[in-house]
Design a binder for this molecule. Structure first.
Ligand code: NI
Length: 143
C-alpha cells in the first residue's frame, strides 16, 4: 500500500499550572518551579495532527483536510482555546495539566472521530514553547 502521512496544524492558547495536589506548596515549587505559580501562566500551543492512509482513487486524498480540521476544532480547539486547562476542561478533570498528559488526552478524543472520517491517527505533536514540544504515537513506538 502506498501509505502517505498527512498533517494538519491548529493552534490554541490556554492557561495552566503544574501542580500535584498530594504535595506541599514547597514540594510543588521545588519540582515545578515557575510553572507552579498559583495564579497560572499561559502558552500559545500549536497542535500537529498526523493521519496516514493511501490516497483514495476518487479524490487523491488520504483524508479530506476540511473534515480533519473540523474534527480537531470541534473536539479540541473549542474545548481548550482561551481556557484554563486545570479548571475549565471536562476531559482534563483530575489530570495534572502537563503537556505530556494533555497530548495523551487529545489523542483519546481524536482517535475515534478521525477513524470514522476514514483516516488513521498515527502521531500528535504539541508545541508548548519554541523550546519545548511533545510527541505521542498512541502509546506505540513511532516506527
Ligand atoms: Ni506551562
Amino acid at each position: 500500500m502506498k501509505t502517505v502521512y498527512i498533517t494538519r496544524r491548529e493552534t490554541f492558547n490556554a492557561a495552566h499550572k503544574l501542580w500535584n495536589d498530594n504535595w506541599t506548596d514547597e514540594k510543588n515549587e521545588e519540582v515545578f518551579g515557575r510553572c507552579s505559580n498559583h495564579n497560572w501562566h499561559g502558552h500559545n500551543f500549536t497542535l500537529y495532527v498526523t493521519v496516514k492512509g493511501a490516497p483514495h482513487p476518487d479524490t487523491g486524498f488520504v483524508i479530506n483536510l476540511k473534515d480533519l480540521s473540523e474534527i480537531i476544532k470541534d473536539e479540541i480547539i473549542e474545548q481548550l482555546d482561551h481556557k484554563n486547562l486545570n479548571l475549565d476542561v471536562p476531559f482534563l478533570k483530575g489530570v495534572l495539566a502537563s503537556t505530556e498528559n494533555v497530548i495523551i488526552a487529545i489523542w483519546d478524543r481524536l482517535r475515534e472521530p478521525v477513524s470514522k472520517a476514514g483516516g488513521e491517527l498515527v502521531k500528535l505533536k504539541l508545541v508548548e514553547t519554541e523550546n519545548n514540544y511533545v510527541e505521542y504515537y498512541g502509546g506505540r513506538e513511532p516506527f
